[in-house]
Structure formats: C-alpha cells, structure tokens
Design a protein around this ligand. Structure first.
Ligand SMILES: Cc1cc2nc3c(=O)[nH]c(=O)nc-3n(C[C@H](O)[C@H](O)[C@H](O)COP(=O)(O)OP(=O)(O)OC[C@H]3O[C@@H](n4cnc5c(N)ncnc54)[C@H](O)[C@@H]3O)c2cc1C
Length: 410
C-alpha cells in the first residue's frame, strides 16, 4: 500500500471512530490505530503530522488520540531513535507497546527549560543507576503515564544540574512509582500520571547511551518534532472552526450584512495559505536538525498558537453560539500553548538567544530597539534589567518573530 493510500485509510478509520467515553476506550482506539502501521513507517514517514492535522480539523473531540499519537511517535519513539545506541533492538523488543515521555515536573520543565529535579547517580560497583525526586517535585502531567509499559525519563546528575541523561524505564515492573492524576485538564479520556522515584534502581542499559554526550541544547532539539506537529495541528484546528461557522451561518444573511462573512472568508484563505507554508517547510525544518531549525520551529509555534487564540476569541465574539457549538474549545488551544514548550517560555528563550548572539547581532538584528538597549544600559542591577525585559517581553520577542517568519493577515 502506498503512503498516500495508508494515510487515506487511516483518516477514514479515524473519521468513523465514536467519541470515547472512558480512558480505556480511548487507549484501545489509540492502540488499534498504532498497530496498523509498522514502527519504521511511523518514524520514517510524516503520517503522524497528517493524522494530527486531520484529527484537529475534523474530529477535535478525539484530541486525546492526537496527544497519544504525538507522545508515542514524536516523543517516545523519536527519543529512542535519536539517543539509543541500538534503537532497532529496543524497537524489536518492545514491539507496539505504549510509551510515555516524562520531562515536566511539578516545579520544573516549562518553568526551567531542562533544569529538572529528578536526579540520577551511578552505583560504581554494579553500574546501575539510582533515580530520585523530591516528594514535592515529581514528574507531572505525564500523558498516557498510567497505562504505558515504558517511560522515557529526563534526569540530572545528583551533583551537576547540567549533566542530563535520558532513561528508559520499564513501568510494568515499577507500578508503584505511578500515581494517576484525577483532576485532568482539557480532556477526560487521556490518562495522566505523576511519577515518583524513591531510590529506584535501574539497570545500566536503561540510560540511552547518546544522551550522555549531548548538551542541554541538543537534548532540547530532540523534542521539536512534537512542537512542529502542534504548530501544524493548531492551524488545522482553526480551519475546522471556520468551516463549522461557515456551515452554521449558511442561509442566514444578517452576517453578510454585518460584514462578518467577508472576515470569515479572509480568515479561511489566510489560515489555508499558512497550512500550505508549514507543510512545504516541514521537511527542511525538521530534518535539518540544527539550532536554526529549532529557532524557526519556536517562532512558528509561538506565532501560530497565539494568533489562533486571538482569532478564535474574535470569532466567538462575532458569531456567538454559532461558533461555540464547534467541537473545538478554547481549552484545546490553551493546551497547544503549554504543551511541548509553553509559548511564553519560548518567547523568553528567543530573547535569551538574542542576548547570547553578542552585541553586534543585537544592534543589527531585530529584537531590542535602541530605546530598549539604552533603557537596559541605564538599569543598575541584574534584577532591574530582568524586570525591564519581562515587562516588555511580548514586544521584544514579537520583533524577533516578525523579522523571521511570514504573518497571517486577518
Ligand atoms: C494535557 C497535557 C498533556 C501533557 N503531557 C505531557 C507529557 O506527556 N510529558 C511531559 O513531560 N509534560 C506534559 N505536559 C506538560 C506540559 O508540556 C507543560 O510543561 C505543563 O503543562 C506546564 O506546567 P504548569 O502547568 O505547571 O505551568 P507552570 O510552569 O506553572 O507555568 C504556568 C504559566 O506561567 C507562565 N510561565 C511559566 N514560566 C515562565 C517563564 N519562564 N517565562 C514566561 N512565562 C512563564 C506561562 O504562561 C505558563 O503557561 C502536559 C500538559 C498537559 C496539560
């Protein structure tokens, strides 16, 4: 079967799925779909992006299926592919088992980039690793975490917060480290977990070998497939929202008279153009795998998510219940803001990189205005400088984004 036929078949399959009413039903739907494609094909093709787009556009009620696919393929499988010394043997051994990806902690992750509080140390006699995290800073918001067989876990050396390694933990043998999160944001059909490590001893082989030599930036690079998938899916979600409104107002000419229909048509055309742009750039951004592609991915993620939230809110105000009856809810877009790099945090990282690029770049590339630089120069303490940047972080990061990527004109 050609990749295109496969894509069509899977989309047909998804289109006919019932809305799941429980986490178990949602997991079974995911597992069936996941098993229809070989691990190799999931990784080599771009099926997961196209399915994510399809789900958010036509079946936003199945958003948990989209999250599961993103976690499983872009985070779990791709991390193993990238950082294991022999990924094929791991894939052979685990087959189509469900996995999860544990980076975020109660007080770290989004807040701190990659500075996590989960620690590792080696037992010099056995070569085994011992993992720990504080009682009040467990791994948090781990999608599919209560049902997965394996977890990818980010941890740092007990005495060196910059020495971060990635571990693959067999959860079936470690059921007691999992506690389910019962108050679940956004979607009740996605199981989420906290993971508590209390002197957990894991074999030497559970450390993914290539993560030992990777810098923090390289480890962050590892997650940009998921970030790009969310970016594309957000645009698709908006197209679905606009199509829903177009259908619900058809035959009612008051919106035409108000000029709202023209705005809606313009939105459709602009979001559709942007979808094509992201699709066209997908391969070159993702597979180049350089600092610049991470920078581009971050700009696209920030811009598409925040612009979509802005247009979504405007459409709710213009079309009222005709917009609100869509399956796409504000919470879905909010999830896209926080997941795989909160857009506010990414804005700060853009400014950080701009700073690190040196004075010449700062003066010649867009970001800080001369007025900003002068104001910063005037501030005496580091704290005052930081406060100034935080007060102006939207404008400064917008300058960087606006000089890097095209805009949606609506
Ligand atoms: C449905 C769902 C699934 C998820 N799945 C996973 C998963 O599988 N694996 C995983 O590792 N994580 C996962 N996460 C975590 C997610 O990626 C975010 O890291 C997490 O939701 C953010 O943590 P928090 O809500 O505690 O936000 P906080 O860190 O408390 O931040 C709250 C808000 O403060 C602002 N903020 C925080 N820090 C900064 C900063 N430095 N600069 C500017 N503004 C800032 C931002 O607006 C942010 O949204 C998931 C989250 C959800 C909701």
């Amino acid at each position: 079967m050609s990749p295109l036929d496969k894509n069509d078949n899977l989309q047909r399959y998804i289109r006919d799925l019932p809305t799941p009413s429980s986490q178990e039903e949602a997991l079974a739907q995911f597992q069936n779909l996941y098993e229809m494609v070989s691990i190799n094909d999931w990784l080599e093709g771009e099926l997961v992006f196209d399915l994510g787009n399809f789900i958010l556009r036509y079946r936003p009620d199945l958003i948990s299926l989209g999250i599961r696919l993103n976690v499983q393929i872009n985070l779990f499988l791709r991390t193993i592919e990238k950082y294991a010394a022999d990924p094929d043997t791991i894939f052979y051994n685990i087959g189509h088992s469900a996995g999860c990806f544990a980076l975020t902690e109660q007080n770290a992750g989004v807040l701190s980039g990659l500075i996590v509080d989960t620690t590792w140390k080696e037992n010099p006699e056995t070569g085994e690793y011992i993992l720990n995290n504080p009682e009040d800073n467990q791994k948090n918001w781990i999608s599919q975490g209560t049902t997965a067989s394996y977890a990818i876990v980010y941890a740092r050396h007990v005495d060196d917060k910059y020495d971060i390694r990635i571990f693959m933990i067999d959860l079936l043998r470690q059921k007691d480290i999992i506690s389910p999160i019962t108050i679940i944001p956004i979607n009740k059909t996605l199981d989420m977990a906290r993971l508590r490590f209390n002197n957990l001893t894991v074999p030497e082989t559970s450390c993914l070998e290539l993560s030992k030599k990777s810098s923090k930036l390289e480890l962050l690079n590892g997650i940009f497939f998921g970030r790009y998938m969310i970016t594309e899916a957000t645009i698709s979600a908006m197209l679905g929202q606009i199509e829903h409104i177009q259908q619900s107002i058809s035959g009612c000419d008051k919106f035409e008279k108000l000029g709202f229909v023209n705005y809606l048509t313009k939105c459709y055309s602009e979001f559709d153009k942007y979808k094509s742009l992201l699709y066209k750039n997908r391969r070159s951004i993702l597979y180049a795998d350089t600092t610049h592609s991470l920078f581009l991915t971050n700009c696209y993620k920030i811009y598409t998510v925040e612009k979509s939230i802005q247009v979504f809110n405007k459409l709710q105000l213009m079309f009222g219940m005709r917009a609100a009856t869509s399956d796409l809810k504000f919470e879905n877009l909010l999830l896209h803001k926080v997941a795989e790099g909160d857009t506010y945090v990414l804005r700060i990282s853009l400014i950080n990189n701009h700073f690190k690029s040196g004075w010449f770049q700062m003066l010649t590339k867009r970001g800080f205005s001369f007025q900003d630089l002068y104001n910063l120069y005037q501030k005496e303490t580091r704290r005052e400088k930081m406060d100034y940047i935080m007060e102006n972080f939207q404008v400064i990061s917008d300058n960087i984004i606006n000089s890097t990527i095209p805009k949606i004109d609506c």
